[in-house]
Design a protein around this ligand. Sequence first.
Ligand code: ISL
Length: 545
Amino acid sequence: MNSELSASAAPSKKWWPNAAIYQVYPRSFRDSNGDGEGDLRGIIEGLPYLASLGVDAIWLSPFYTSPNKDGGYDVANPRDVDPRFGTLADAKALIDAAHSHGIKFIADIVPNHFSSAHPWFQEALNSPKGSVARSRFHFYDGRGPNGDNPPNNWISIFRGPAWTRTPDGQWYLHLFDSSQPDLNWSNPDVAADFEKTLRFWLDLGVDGFRIDVAHGAVKENLLVDHRDPERLIDALRLDFLNISESERAGLLSDVPFFDREGVHEIYRKWRNVLNEYPGDRMMVAEAFVYPSSRAARYVRPDELHQVFNFNLMMLGWDADAMRSSIQRTLAELKDVKAPATWVLNNHDTPRVVTRIGGIDKARALAMLIHSLPGGIYIYQGEELGLPSAELPDEARQDPAFIRSGGTDKGRDECRVPIPWKTHQLHYGFSTHEPWLPQPKDWDGYAVDVATTDPNGTYALYKESLKLRHWHPAFSADSELYWLDSDAGVMHFVREPGLEVVVNTTDQPIVVESNAQSILLQSKEGSELDGGKLTIAANATIWLQR
Ligand code: ISL
């Protein structure tokens, strides 16, 4: 038997190490005022649903003042609410309402860039070269005759040049859309402003922050060309499969705008700010860095609390690959004594059902990650078994689609508004045409059906989250032991008392097991009899030992 300690630290009463955190994409969750876009009051209306599902916390993608060129990740005022989502009073009401349901609240914070509509950027445009106002961003003269060429050859993550020229001839850097100028963290105004933002939301009662592009705030070699900027962007995409592991490794081993040493200084300071506050506040980093051992550096004891682990999102339904990925993640995080996180999809990626190839595999995969040591993230609609939506190009709004000239379809397909009610206009999401069209065949996924179907994906998630709360095997210090298993199978134990078997093959498989009973299964059809477990094809089963 191969023993492996869980990545979790010592026994802990903290709320977040094992939490199930539900990501709300506010624009698409629920619309309370009939304008076709979700809003904060709509989320308040949806809280009983989330409480009944059993989530521990919600994380909201940005709802701050924004021209909304990149779904609110273009922030024009990080300390106010965009009118499309409501008011600051609504935000306070939502935080309080979540707390009254026993649900924690995590806000999103975007340190890599502001919106070009932010007063600082407007001031920079109206200030001379070399001014303090310009030094809050990355303004440089261009190269070549008259400075007509950008300062370097970097490509934006949404494609097209990473530099845009201003009327006086200087260029500014934007790793994302041209409406998202990158901030210059070597200007002390930037750090001071973000500290103000952290305190603003902490004072309002948030329990933590999700940090957008946490690995990007600090840049190096800003005036040096990259050897292959187009391919570098391919390598950075989570869903880009047309690249070999060795090519990806070569390109990602040194990205001049990501994972620079200076970012850690920022998060050590932020940690000190959070430590000043009462209660158990936390931060989770979106830090997609390579190799994955680098991610552990973001959760050293004096830095952030969690880092998203996107590794399983890049793997197919392959038992060996998933097992090694899980083992590697747990080992890497054990060194820094931070709990693992497990993520199957988010607002930037295809939905898991679509990516992995069907609902059976998606349910089995969910039960696999729900059984691992650490915290889980659930993206809204995942619990309904929603697939990615098909969309006509005219409907697409993602800057990744627009800037790539349509070669990149963008991320709108996973952002389509949630269906709440069967056979109702816009599935009860809104009384108005939703901002992205919903597919015609989503009646079967609607919340009202899902919550009454005992065999549905919602029921599976609800039962799994319930077990995670009461079964002692899910405590933070529970160990995980791998058992020997046949090809295509993962078999492990978490003490005390939980045995997990995953069958990734298309055939039922017989596995030896001395378990006493079946706790939960992703699919009907498994049987436990006289030391033998017959597990259905493409299924995960939890057993009581
Ligand atoms: O989705 C991607 C490419 O199309 C990723 O590379 C993604 O841009 C990257 O993970 C950073 O994502 C975050 O920051 C972006 C924002 O568009 C994403 O929605 C957000 O999750 C810029 O703020």
